[in-house]
Structure formats: structure tokens, C-alpha cells
Design a protein around this ligand. Structure first.
Ligand code: ZN
Length: 148
């Protein structure tokens, strides 16, 4: 890929990350929830609480709240957007994929099923920020661990 294209992509991705940080999707908490998990990333000071409303094995609704760096909050926002309405197993498969991307898998970074979350692929180059990007996804994995 020519350099021009690559930098253009990065700029677009940075805008997308900032957009999710400034206008988080599915932010707040659910009055009725099936699962609630709170996680923190002490190295950066990120905090996150994730609420899931399950209808059988489908994620009927999802909200997150928290505070921290733009990567952690944008990643959680993108994650909620992706998993809403999906089966628990599909959402967990996305979390595995996202983990692979954050650990440098170019194949995962090209996987369209990750949607806007692919904007965070570049975080793989900054090991100290990987934990920020994974916080919301780890909350998803933890909150769905014992699901059928
Ligand atoms: Zn962070």
C-alpha cells in the first residue's frame, strides 16, 4: 500500500476513535440487566462498567459507563455497537478476533466483522495501550463467561 493511503487511513481511524470518545454509543446503564461487570485498568486509570440484557442467548441490549483515556472509552463504545443484537457466542468470537488484532494479527485487522473497531488495529504497536483497548472487551468476555 502506498504511504499516502496508509496515512490517510490512520487519520480517518483517529477521527473515528475521537468521535466514539466524544459521543459514546450505548453509554449509561440498564435498569434491568442480566449481567453487570465492572473492570479497571490501573496502569492507565481506566474504569468501565458493562451492563448486558440477555434474551436467551441473544444480547438484547447493552450499555457501558466509565471514564478513562480515549482508547478505552472509544473501544468500549465500538464494542457495544458491534455486539448489540448478536448471539452471545458471536459476540465472544468477536472478542477473540479483537484480541488477535490487538496482538498484531494482520488477518484479524482485515476482518470486516470487527466493523469500526478495526480503527484500533494501530494500538497493537503500543503495548502499554493494548490493555486500554481490551478493557471493554474483557468485560464482555467476563460477563458472558458462563453463558450457554
Ligand atoms: Zn487507557
Amino acid at each position: 500500500m502506498p504511504d499516502g493511503d496508509a496515512s490517510g487511513l490512520t487519520e480517518l481511524y483517529q477521527e473515528l476513535i475521537l468521535d466514539h470518545y466524544r459521543r459514546p454509543r450505548n453509554q449509561g446503564s440498564l435498569e434491568a440487566y442480566t449481567r453487570r461487570v465492572a473492570l479497571a485498568n490501573p496502569t492507565c486509570g481506566d474504569e468501565l462498567e458493562l451492563d448486558l440484557l440477555l434474551d436467551g442467548d441473544t444480547i438484547a441490549d447493552v450499555r457501558f459507563s466509565g471514564h478513562g483515556c480515549s482508547i478505552s472509552q472509544a473501544s468500549a463504545s465500538m464494542m457495544t455497537q458491534l455486539i448489540k443484537g448478536k448471539k452471545v457466542a458471536e459476540a465472544r468470537a468477536l472478542a477473540v478476533r479483537f484480541n488477535e488484532m490487538l496482538h498484531g494479527s494482520a488477518e484479524a485487522a482485515r476482518d470486516k466483522s470487527l466493523g469500526e473497531a478495526r480503527a484500533l488495529a494501530g494500538v497493537a504497536k503500543f503495548p502499554v495501550r493494548v490493555k486500554c483497548a481490551l478493557l471493554g472487551w474483557n468485560a464482555l468476555e467476563e460477563s458472558t463467561r458462563s453463558q450457554p
